[in-house]
Design a protein around this ligand. Sequence first.
Ligand SMILES: C[S@@+](CC[C@H](N)C(=O)[O-])C[C@H]1O[C@@H](n2cnc3c(N)ncnc32)[C@H](O)[C@@H]1O
Length: 233
Amino acid sequence: MHAPVPTPAPRIDRPADLDAVRKSYDQVADNYAHLLRTTGMGDIRRHPWLKAPVDAFADTVAGSGPARGPVLDVGCGPGQVTAYLAERGLDVSGVDLSPGMIENARRLHPQCRFSVSSATELELDAGSLGGVLGWWSLFNLPREVLPQVLASFARALKPGGHFLTATHVGEGDVVRTEAYGSEGVRWTTHRWRPEEFAALVEGAGLRVVAELRLPGDGQTGPGVVVMARKPEA
Ligand SMILES: C[S@@+](CC[C@H](N)C(=O)[O-])C[C@H]1O[C@@H](n2cnc3c(N)ncnc32)[C@H](O)[C@@H]1O
């Protein structure tokens, strides 16, 4: 008897601007880590309404019985949320498109595991994860690519596993040429209407369990946090 050969993960289209996005985040990586430390930007410990969903995710994934499994923080940046979840006892690792971000993550959180890859190239094994995070990291994915990435996350989750994501909301796309104190970056922020974004998550085969809307606060535009669960059957 041979063991069944696992079906390979479906291929995901490569975003046409992937190299430009990687280069841009490399360019801002050190500033991003600096702003995180000096201004609290992106620091969930200093933003209760960002910390609350991450805590709910950590509690749920930690207590999810047979769905318990490793957690992957996709687009982890300098790794502060990965480190927070590790501190909370989860078996978590971080992955990011930008080698510069990962360099910062490894320097700031040497106790954690990080690697460099695009969300579009992860080739995750089916049913291998207890949780996936896409924490302010999926908005650069072109509109036709995001559903493919969400489907890959849904496939990778164990039944009963959870997905937590946060993204920018609004109408249409914004091309950024300045970000985090650096000129000359180039990426597109694809903004979604909250109900459209939640429908995409559902369309990937996940069930939305909570949605939190965040109005713009002057520094960052409005956003939405969505938590979803992979159904058991
Ligand atoms: C706004 S930062 C958020 C970083 C971190 N999650 C946080 O909360 O601070 C967006 C991150 O997404 C990463 N990113 C963008 N496109 C990506 C992709 N295709 N695959 C993996 N990471 C990506 C960027 O390199 C960057 O680190």
